[in-house]
Design a protein around this ligand. Structure first.
Ligand code: 3MF
Ligand code: MG
Length: 344
């Protein structure tokens, strides 16, 4: 029995389209996904603002809230909570050159409008968490914006969100690149610095995604640990990634089991979840996956996480600490490998 609660986003079950080819699976409606997520053992749903309220750009503020109340009823029907709402700025024509850091004032205003509406939706869905994946907040052309100006724009935008609602928490999901070439806020270190520069650092934290850390050439477990050390790991996006290439969102642990083990280990050792945090997945099915296997990657990720949780529970800390005291790191490494290989 896992001691963690799990969350997932509706985009994690998708039609298989990529930049080079069309859909390979049929779309599935939100309610069908909710029912299946609940059946698989998820407790909460992660939302983009327009996952919850699809036509929001053409709706009034009141209409948006009213629609969100309907989604809350649907969540309740399946015993699910909402974990967070994330403004999906990267899809919109207004924000093709970024939102909070766009060089055009009207785009920045639109981005803030979506951020405020995301807060309204979050409140209706019963969560205080806003995630900012800063997809296009950076440059395709390096000279197109000043990194100093852009960084300050981000701090200002977050401050406005914190002022808009006194309870809301803002959580940045850092990523070094893709879809932009150079990101302004690429790692958990950047997130901690941004947090410290805001008007209420306690309400600004991070969402560590394993694949994003790997894309930055960093170790996901250490990135998780870095945020935990400042009490600012508000959520995680666990998945896996084969080195520094396009963002793959593979099932958790399928690429590097030891690295996955160390992510579970650092979460478990630091009682992640004790303040209500969820273990969020951000995984994609392979493009070749069939309709009937649309949820396999989620099942696999959960199964791997739980198996690794079990390995952590069986980790012999007395033995490990003795090896550490004696600097017998070859033996410590082999102990860990044997545990993972099932030899221990
Ligand atoms: C991109 C991501 C995103 C965000 C999600 C929530 C589609 O690399 O990880 O997943 O996690 O949009 O903001
Ligand atoms: Mg993510």
């Amino acid at each position: 029995m896992s001691k963690f609660k799990f969350s997932v986003g509706p985009w994690n079950v998708h039609t298989g389209a990529d930049s080079y080819g069309p859909e390979t699976r049929q779309p599935i409606d939100l309610e069908t996904k909710f029912a299946k997520f609940a059946e698989l053992g998820f407790s909460a749903i992660q939302f983009h603002d327009d996952d919850a309220v699809p036509d929001m750009n053409n709706m009034t503020e009141e209409e948006i809230k009213e629609y969100a109340r309907g989604v809350k009823k649907l969540l309740d029907k399946y015993g699910l909570a909402a974990e967070f709402v994330a403004p999906r700025l990267w899809m919109d024509p207004h924000t093709k050159d970024g939102g909070f850091m766009s060089t055009r004032k009207e785009d920045r205003e639109f981005a803030l409008w979506r951020a405020y509406r995301s807060i309204d939706i979050a409140k209706e869905l019963g969560t205080d968490l806003i995630v900012l994946w800063l997809a296009r907040e950076g440059t395709l052309c390096a000279e197109s914006k000043s990194p100093v100006w852009a960084t300050k724009q981000l701090v200002d935008a977050i401050n406005k969100m914190l002022e808009y609602d006194p309870k809301i928490r803002v959580c940045i999901e850092p990523k070094p690149n893709e879809p932009i070439d150079r990101s302004i806020c690429g790692t958990m270190g950047h997130v901690m610095a941004i947090s410290a520069a805001t008007i209420d650092p306690k309400r600004v934290g991070g969402n560590l995604e394993s694949a994003h850390a790997i894309l930055a050439g960093l170790d996901p477990a250490n990135e998780i640990g870095f945020a935990l050390a400042f009490d600012k790991l508000f959520t995680v996006h666990l998945n896996d990634q084969n080195g520094i290439r396009y963002d793959q969102d593979k099932s958790f642990g399928v690429e590097n089991l030891r690295q996955a083990f160390n992510q579970v280990k650092v979460l478990a050792e630091n009682n992640y979840g004790s303040k209500g945090e969820y273990v969020g997945l951000d995984v994609k099915a392979m493009r070749t996956t069939s309709d009937e296997d649309s949820y396999e990657h989620l099942k696999n990720s959960l199964a791997i996480f739980r198996a690794l949780e079990d390995k952590v529970a069986r980790y012999d800390y007395d033995y490990a600490n003795k090896l550490i005291a004696d600097r017998k790191f070859e033996q410590l490494e082999m102990y860990t490998m044997n545990l993972l290989m099932g030899i221990q």
